[in-house]
Design a protein around this ligand. Structure first.
Ligand SMILES: NC(=O)c1ccc[n+]([C@@H]2O[C@H](COP(=O)([O-])OP(=O)(O)OC[C@H]3O[C@@H](n4cnc5c(N)ncnc54)[C@H](OP(=O)(O)O)[C@@H]3O)[C@@H](O)[C@H]2O)c1
Length: 246
């Protein structure tokens, strides 16, 4: 892709989803012109990861009253969510694995950044927030850390679930829903999928072109080294988005 060229969305599901090809055939109306001033890598990041972020933000409708806890906050989606939540005026707690990622999350503007590979990270969050209760959790990691994040939610709070990169979804029980009044919902609301994602892609590209959101692309690999890219992701070594270049 170059200036005057276009990037295109893959379908969310179905036989044409995915990538890993030098060339692809797409419907013309699935293509987006790359806005002036936006690098190709950044545009690619805003199509997939940016689209997801826009959808999540539309579902969440954050305000300055929110205290938001973002897991995997240094990842592709997490890095955008931290920025967007701060722009919405929310208090942002970014949690991520390791000192470098925590530093990155702090640099993105998180009010509080905590390393969840350290024991007792929940107490660190409570202490940093003083008496402010967490209103919203963006759960991207699942497993033990997802559960801890859920326990940090105030009564009546909401957990918006994007996935579980730890390999296990967060365990949620009746006591969370009935006893604590917690709402657990998909971050990408079904009505967004019904409406189609193109509008979210356009919004994501525009936000990046205007400098409202900065996609973080910390690693690029040639397509021939896709396996190395996966290795980097699996080892949790990456920050932000990883882009393959054909
Ligand atoms: N990108 C999208 O368009 C999209 C769409 C829908 C849903 N999602 C979901 O949103 C979540 C984040 O996606 P993303 O694109 O931001 O992912 P990403 O950039 O690859 O970040 C994932 C993060 O998960 C953490 N992690 C914890 N355990 C891991 C493990 N065993 N292997 C690999 N990573 C692990 C790592 O952060 P730490 O080291 O800090 O824990 C890593 O940075 C995922 O659950 C994904 O399924 C993404």
């Amino acid at each position: 892709m170059g200036r005057g060229s276009a990037c295109g969305s893959s379908r969310i599901s179905g036989p044409r989803a995915g990538g890993y090809a030098e060339l692809a055939v797409r419907d013309v109306d699935a293509l987006h012109p790359i806005p002036d001033g936006l690098a190709d890598d950044a545009a690619v990041a805003m199509i997939g990861t940016g689209r997801t972020t826009m959808g999540v933000l539309e579902t969440a409708r954050l305000t300055s009253d929110d205290v938001v806890l973002i897991t995997s906050a240094a990842g592709g989606v997490g890095s955008l969510l931290v920025q967007a939540a701060r722009r919405a005026g929310a208090t942002v707690v970014g949690v991520a694995g390791g000192a470098a990622k925590v530093e990155h999350v702090r640099g993105l503007g998180a009010t509080v950044a905590v390393d969840y590979t350290a024991a007792g990270w929940a107490d660190e969050v409570r202490s940093a927030l003083a008496d402010q209760p967490v209103t919203t959790v963006f759960d991207m990691i699942g497993g033990e850390h997802g559960r801890t994040a859920l326990e940090l939610l105030r009564r009546g709070g909401r957990a918006l679930v994007l996935g579980w990169s730890s390999g296990r979804p967060t365990t949620v029980g009746g006591a969370d829903v009935v006893g604590r009044g917690i709402t657990v919902a998909p971050a990408f609301a079904p009505e967004l999928l019904r409406r189609g994602v193109r509008v979210l892609e356009e919004r994501a590209l525009t936000a990046a072109a205007r400098g409202e959101l900065t996609p973080v692309v910390s690693a690029t690999f040639p397509l021939a080294r896709a396996a190395d890219a996966h290795q980097a992701l699996e080892s949790r070594a990456t920050i932000g988005k990883v882009v393959l270049k054909p």
